[in-house]
Design a protein around this ligand. Structure first.
Ligand code: TTP
Ligand code: MG
Length: 353
């Protein structure tokens, strides 16, 4: 089987805590701002890009940051606020871009956009607009065909950046990067590698697989593959069970011919069966929806006493429901949906409760 190339995006908010504080106090805009504890032992959680020019970094003791930039403004962290902003951002992503999202920290996540090959760029452009308007901070985006490269890309031209790494760019584009950019290389490994003259990914590419295993243990092979653009990790999104699955169609011509309407219900039953089998679901409630020539909408539901995924059962129940509706007027739309699901493995299913 040919595996289609994936489209993975990595999103990372810019100077997250600091951006939120600046948003909430516009006097701080354009100034070196750091968020951290004011006590003697306080450390910098993050700082604005203006403060970064002075060499201030996350995890640096605040007193050192103050020495580097005496006029920097220190704001105490408000973790509850940051966590609420984070929730809002991920909700916006879910609703406007994709629900295949893996949140990896308070301000960053991976998006699997493979299902949106045609319009993913529009979706991401729209995301920028919405986050800008509804949250009021900026982020950087990296796009590539795997997680490792997408993350490298989001870091490429922060803040407010966008970078795409294509298949043909690798490994050339990675060669000048410091080895610390490679996921899996910590400060200890960095030191060891520097000691043998390895500073960049380009240098690291010179080492063979066996040697990589010698240095990094079992992760050696992963790192060897990653810097060559191979990373098979999936975006680990949480699969949510849909509340209902259904089909509806505006009829070619308005009708109240029951035979004609049943043809639609038959086709819908088959399509719904395909969708729910794919999601490993079984339903118990069937709803039919109609819209009359006068644009009045009516729905009618029935809950059966067994869970099923069978299109024959669905069709039979749908036919009963449409007959119960008592149609006087012609219809312009008909729809069928199922809900009240359980998610079972086929093997475990018992159709009777
Ligand atoms: P990061 O995404 O690493 O940093 P950032 O968003 O502040 O800046 P960048 O533009 O480079 O992405 O971390 C997200 C938040 O996590 C950050 O705003 C504060 C918090 N954090 C800490 O509290 N301690 C730390 O050591 C780091 C690195 C981050
Ligand atoms: Mg960030």
């Amino acid at each position: 089987m040919i595996k289609l190339e994936k489209i993975i995006a990595h999103i990372d908010m810019d100077a997250f805590y600091a951006s939120i504080e600046i948003r909430d106090n516009p006097k701080l805009k354009g100034k070196p701002v750091l968020v951290g504890g004011k006590s003697k032992r306080g450390v910098v959680t993050t700082c604005s890009y203006e403060a970064r020019k002075y060499g201030i970094k996350s995890a640096m003791p605040v007193y050192i940051a103050k020495k580097k930039c005496p006029n920097c403004i220190i704001v105490r962290p408000n973790h509850k606020k940051y966590s609420e902003v984070s929730k809002k951002i991920f909700k916006i992503i879910n609703e406007n871009v994709t629900d295949k999202v893996e949140k990896v920290s308070i301000d960053e996540g991976y998006l699997d956009l493979t299902d949106h090959k045609i319009d993913y760029m529009n979706r991401l452009k729209y995301l920028r607009e919405v986050i800008n308007k509804e949250v009021g901070i900026t982020f950087s985006l990296g796009i590539s065909y795997n997680k490792f490269l997408a993350k490298i890309a989001s870091d490429w031209n922060k803040p407010n950046g966008l970078k795409i790494i294509k298949f043909e760019d690798v490994p050339e584009i990675l060669k000048p990067l410091s080895i610390t950019k490679v996921h899996g290389i910590g400060s200890k490994s960095k030191e060891n590698l520097n000691n043998i003259g390895i500073y960049t990914v380009g240098d690291l590419l010179l080492l063979n697989k066996e040697y990589m295993v010698e240095i990094f243990g079992k992760h050696g092979i992963e790192i060897y593959d990653r810097i060559r653009g191979k990373d098979l990790r999936e975006v680990e999104y949480k699969k949510r069970i849909s509340k209902s699955i259904g089909k509806e169609r505006t009829l070619k011509e308005d009708t109240k011919d029951i035979k004609e309407l049943k043809k639609y219900l038959y086709a819908f039953s088959k399509e719904i069966e395909d969708s729910i089998v794919e999601e490993n679901l079984y339903f118990k409630t069937i709803t039919i929806k109609i819209k009359t020539t006068n644009f009045e909408t009516h729905t009618k539901s029935r809950t059966i006493n067994v869970f099923t995924s069978d299109s024959e059962v669905l069709y039979r129940e749908a036919c009963k429901l449409i007959q119960d509706i008592n149609i006087d007027e012609k219809l312009r739309l008909i729809g069928l949906s199922v809900s009240n699901f359980i998610n079972y493995n086929k093997k475990q299913i018992s159709f009777f409760e």
